[in-house]
Write a new protein. Sequence first.
Length: 391
Amino acid sequence: MHCLDCKREFELDQSLLLCPECGGLLELGFVINNIQLTQLKGRGVWKYAPLLAGDYPFKVSLGEGSTPLIRSRVYPNLYYKFEGTNPTGSFKDRGMCVAVSSALKLGYKSVIVASTGNTAASAAAYSARAGLQAYLLLPANNVAKGKIAQALLHGAKLIEVSGGFDSALENAIQLYRNKRTLYPLNSYNPWRLEGQKTLSFEVFEDIGVPDYVFVPVGNGGNIYAIWKGFKELAISGLSCGIPRMFGVQAKDASPIVRAIENNLSELRFVESPQTIASAIRIGKPVNWKKTIKAITDSHGGAISVSDEEILKAQVELARVEGVEVEPASAASFAGYKKLMNEGKIDQNSKVVCVLTGHALKDPETIIQESIKIESQFASTFNSLDEVFKMF
Ligand code: AN7
């Protein structure tokens, strides 16, 4: 493992979460292993345990992973990897089962995480499952109701922080640097991302290596983890090539898009990020170096989409494909449509849009915003008689 800031290298050590020398972001080396995936038994994330860095004597599980890859009935060669079917309704569960198992191995009793909501819900559930106490730092008034309800239901302790997610994360990192009694579950924890890379193994087992993968980007951990998964398959000789990784951000919360478009080697943070997709209302992505590495190495790109494009994509997925996702998750599909409409993707290309979270996470936005965006379809009737008269 090595530090992306000071570049020092270290022997693989599961207790290291940030660089012990400079506090920077740690990257785990590629796990190279030529086990045929078809030889692995079981299902879900832990099926791929031999391909994960680290040692997990207690494998905490709620049946995460093995999510459906749904073929579009409209766009040729487009597939949706629907992560909303995970136990707490988002992709976070893939990493959380691994990170919480790591906390158990290291002997921790409590965990901490800053979150826009989904990480909090997932951390709360997996902590309950492991017998750990979860402390959650949430941006005040900025978390979708479903996610708060999940966290409370699982018995986590909630701390509301003013100043949005970015400030909540700064607090969580500070706390870990000063006092190491709480195990941090944010995605700067490289062991969590090991679990998230299993999405790529599942896609590969279903359809081989796609040409493009579209991923909504907030902190940028997931796009990196997915890239790492495909990269390890290729380096191990199990697959040929890797997909082009495209990150999609909301227009007023898109520091990565700005950096990629301007060829910047340093990221300029967005101070007050805004978007209806509260899960990705993030201006200071802690994993930005990893995100840019994944995008540039794979010859991918970064696209921003407006809130209107996000909501339209959410409604289209629900009405045309029958797939229900929260707004942040629809960003990947909105980004795909944008590139498709600009003629930048060949019709024959095999594309996967990662749909990161379930619609029930954020019912308020659906009722107040999403269904109004395509008003010709949004119909409620005042009486049964009104319906009978139509037929
Ligand atoms: C549905 O829960 O950051 O780029 O604290 O919930 O890996 O951060 C959520 C992120 C995409 C972005 N889609 O993933 C949190 C949090 C959904 C999300 C993302 C999130 P990253």
